[in-house]
Structures are given as C-alpha cells and as structure tokens.
Design a protein. Structure first.
Length: 252
C-alpha cells in the first residue's frame, strides 16, 4: 500500500476552551489537489494552519492527535519547525507581496536559505514564475515593483514565492477570493500542472471552484469532517444529507 503524503489522525483542537476541530482523520495522497470546503467557521483554515504549525504561537490553544508527513509526526519534539515550513508552503487569501521588485519577492526565500549561485537563482526565478502561470506576463519587467502589479498578478507572485523553496506540500487558503475571473482561471489551470510536482490542499472560495479543481474533497461543518470522497463523486452524488444541502444551496 502506498503511504499517503499527509495523514491526519484524530485531531482535536481547542481555542480557549472552544473546540474548533473534532476528531479529524483523513489521508491526502501525493501529487493531487485536495479541497477543504464548507461554511465559514467549519475549521478548514484552522486545519491548514496546523499542517505547517502556524498556530504554534497562538496562546490558549491545545491540540491532540497526530499530523504526519511521509509518516513522520510534525509535532514531535525533534521536528525543526522552520524546515517544516519550507517543506509546507502556504499562500493566504490576500496577496501580500514583499516590498521590492518582482525578482526580489520570488528569490527572497532561496537567498535567505543561503543560496548565492546567481545562475541557480535565475533558474529558480524563471521556474517558479512559470509554474505560477505568470512568467509570460512579467518576464520583461522583473525589476519593477511587485506592488505595482494587479491583484491577480500579485497573488501569482506570492504563489511563485512559495514555489521557489520547492515545498513538498502547498497550502492555499482561498487564493482567488479577491481575483477577477481571468486571474482565477489562470490560478486554477496552474494547479493541474503543479500537482505533478507538489501535493496541494486548497480552501476554495466557491463550490464551483471546488468542483473544478478537486481530485478529492472534504466537507467540513462546525469543526467536523462530514464527508471525504473523490471530487468527481462528492459533487455529483454526495452521501451525506448535509453535504448535499450545502452543495445544492439548500443549506441554512
């Protein structure tokens, strides 16, 4: 049996006594797009943040259960958290380019990690921008300010910045929520290419987007995992009434 890239086992999570996640267990296969969808407050983003330990410094929280990448519990005491976050990249809903040029934004991570080979850095720059489906649009103005780009372009620069570190897992939290339809389509199209090299988990901004991109999809409701199945099945023949109501717009 092939070991899943990511395995979540019985995860409970609490904020100041409020239980945000209830016994979440699921397996994420490598080289696939997994969608976490459901109403706001369902626990989707919380779970994403636990996968690269962004909640470590949030006071008054507590987690039980295990999250494993390649069979290794990422919460074991011997885990190097900065190295984990290099392996597990994350892109947020709002594009947050760094001050500076497009080039500086994308190669910031590799340079910070100690890479100084100019030719290798240029290779990373071009590869990352191509993978993020923006190279052709900005290849002639790499030394222009990143914050002068459109919102859709800025978001793809942020994706490229994550890809520059060659993460094994890429987490996307509503990455197209503020984008126009054309930019949204470009980001979605890039996912099909990216999964050849990465394992992707995305919180989509709509049911329609979830159905378009999901290899497998997990429906979350009030901190519970209600249903987890292949995308081609869950959006056409959901097994759970709550999932069906949400997908068909009868939820509420």
């Amino acid at each position: 049996m092939v070991e899943p890239k990511l395995r979540i086992e019985g995860v409970d999570y609490f904020y100041d006594g409020f239980q945000a996640l209830h016994s979440i267990s699921l397996e994420v296969p490598a080289h696939s797009v997994t969608v976490f969808f459901g109403p706001a407050g369902g626990g989707k983003t919380t779970l994403l943040r636990l996968v690269n330990r962004l909640n470590d410094l949030v006071e008054g929280t507590r987690m039980s259960g295990r999250i494993l990448i390649d069979g290794k519990n990422i919460y074991d005491p011997d885990v190097n958290v900065p190295e984990l976050r290099r392996r597990v990249g994350m892109v947020f809903a709002l594009p947050l380019p760094l001050p500076g040029t497009i080039r500086e934004n994308v190669v910031y991570g590799p340079k910070l990690a100690g890479m100084h080979d100019r030719y290798r850095i240029e290779e990373i720059l071009e590869r990352s921008l191509k993978q993020a489906a923006i190279w052709d649009e900005i290849k002639d103005r790499l030394d222009s300010p990143a914050n002068a780009l459109s919102g859709g372009q800025q978001q793809r620069i942020c994706i490229a910045r994550s890809l520059a570190l060659e993460p094994e897992v890429l987490l996307l939290d509503e990455p197209t929520s503020g984008l126009d339809p054309i930019s949204t389509r470009k980001v979605e199209e890039s996912l099909h290419e990216l999964k050849k090299d990465y394992t992707i988990i995305i919180v989509p901004h709509s049911i329609q987007q979830a159905a378009r991109v999901a290899d497998q999809a997990a429906f979350f409701l009030m901190g519970e995992l209600v249903e987890y199945r292949p995308g081609t099945e869950i959006f056409t023949t959901p097994r759970n009434k709550r999932t069906e109501d949400y997908i068909t717009g009868r939820f509420g």
